[in-house]
Design a protein around this ligand. Structure first.
Ligand code: AKG
Ligand code: FE2
Length: 351
């Protein structure tokens, strides 16, 4: 064995340098399970130069209208932004029941999710209250079945930046965390019932490279003469952003399919900014992205998402995590359990 190799074998392993210096300021709100630190200063400074690359239009297929920023977030900070968001955001693993005819089926959303924002019929004031957008008066307590949460500063910073770049406005931020290749989102379109016609959706990728697949919705009867456009595959890398606009949601479906191999095991975060116009949009997004189950938080020690509680602290979370894993394996054997669906998904698939 070479000298250098022996040296490095015996050298105590130096702990990995954190990829960023924490910001001492935090965003807090009664609806948050825990405060969320502001975006580290260095990331804010570096993002001033975003997008790192100019967006390239993709409109070479019928009804397709995309702008692809490859990347939007510079590679010098993308890994740090990924680590920061995975560490600091509260996540959920939403389960819900759907009825197909007489049969009730439990759906396990196959990814971690979280959501912030409120539709255009309300806004948050400085104090974090939900108010009427015109009068500024507090809205009645029961307006929403859910508890809308304002965007924490770290996501609001990126929202404002994206508004400037894309010349659109957004009031919602949905975040997905795909822990490994088994996590996915099946074919759907983002629901125009909540977003209005021809909505703009800015979709960021951080972490593992995953394929983003798109296919045209079935061509309606009478128009069969038009050849069905070819599918699209974008291998989205860390820092990339895809702006979907125009007829894209109305006419196309998109998905992140499951994958085998090591790349997906690094984990991937997706952030979408969108503008919900109606109260039903707010209720749908919270129902399917927060739900009523446990809060999960990334454990740097265990290198996985673990159930998290404010009072029991991290150790209790660790044990609860083990239970959750055991339960998952048992549940997976049940034939009744099928993977995934999303509140808005069926509408898209059936449209
Ligand atoms: O993860 C992605 O890139 C897509 C996520 C998505 O389509 C959604 O959240 O609606
Ligand atoms: Fe989507």
């Amino acid at each position: 064995m070479k000298r250098g190799a022996i040296d490095s074998f015996f050298k105590p392993s130096t702990p990995k340098k954190p990829k960023y210096e924490a910001n001492a300021n935090t965003s807090s709100h009664a609806s948050y399970p825990h405060p969320v630190p502001h975006l580290p200063r260095d990331f804010q400074d570096q993002l001033a130069f975003a997008p790192a690359e100019e967006g390239k239009p993709i409109s070479d297929r019928l009804h397709l209208d995309l702008v692809y920023y490859q990347p939007y977030i510079t590679p010098s900070i993308a890994p740090g932004v990924f680590d920061f968001l995975r560490q600091e955001l509260p996540f959920y693993r939403v389960q819900y029941n759907i009825k197909r005819g007489p049969v009730e089926t439990q759906i396990n959303t196959p990814r971690y999710t979280t959501v912030f924002g409120v539709d255009e019929t309300s806004r948050f004031n400085e104090a974090g209250d939900i108010v009427d957008p015109k009068s500024g008066n507090k809205v009645e307590r029961g307006k929403y079945k859910c508890t809308p949460r304002p965007l924490p500063q770290c996501l609001d910073y990126l929202r404002k930046l994206t508004e400037g770049t894309t010349n659109e406005t957004y009031n919602f931020c949905l975040v997905n965390y795909y822990a490994d290749g088994k996590d996915s989102i099946s074919y759907h379109s983002d629901d125009e019932r909540f977003l209005g016609p021809d909505p703009a959706i800015a979709s960021f990728s951080l972490g593992a490279k995953r394929d983003f697949l798109m296919k045209h919705k079935p061509i309606p009867p009478g128009l069969e003469a038009v050849p069905e456009p070819k599918q699209v595959k974008l291998p989205l890398g860390s820092g990339d952003m895809v702006l979907m606009k125009g007829k894209t949601q109305g006419m196309w479906l998109h998905s992140i399919p499951k994958r085998v191999g090591d790349e997906a095991k690094k984990g991937r975060i997706n952030i979408t900014f969108r503008k919900a116009l109606v109260k039903a949009g707010t209720e749908n997004y919270y129902q399917y992205n927060v739900g009523t189950g446990d809060v999960f938080r990334w454990s740097a020690k265990e290198k996985m998402m673990l159930p998290w509680t404010a009072d029991a602290g991290k150790d209790a979370g660790k044990d609860a995590g083990k239970d959750a894993v055991a339960l998952d394996a048992a549940e997976a054997d049940k034939a009744m359990l099928i993977d995934e669906e999303r509140g808005e998904m069926k509408a898209g698939v059936e449209a």
